[in-house]
Design a protein. Sequence first.
Length: 147
Amino acid sequence: MRKVYLDVCCLSRPFDDQRQGRVHLEAEAVLLILKRCESGEWHWVSSAVVSYEVDRIPNQERRHRVTEILRGAKEIVPLTDSAVERGEELKKLGLKTYDALHVACAEHAQADIFLTTDDRLVRAAARNARKVKIPVKNPLTWLQEVL
């Protein structure tokens, strides 16, 4: 069973402005991935970092909607000291703080894939593919590969 980790960008994508083609397609991909997780075909792992970041979404309606989606996660990885240490290593590779912590938690959970709509994060992980222990991909790109 595939173990997938979705960052907050992914979870928020269905609530972004859908008039842009790319945003709409990514939102549909995220919803399909969540549906596969809900059906038990794939295993959705999240983390305390995702929960923390969602709790800080400034728009109350969006925060509520993303929180509702997050309840579907089958596993929540805590932010451990070892994940923080790994996050520091990943920051040295050019990842931003939250991104580094997300990747560290996904690695700790032994997720098969880390999904994000953040192009900068996808590129940073690709540049450091030998040091990042999990593939980091856009949900639309990844879905096209696995289906």
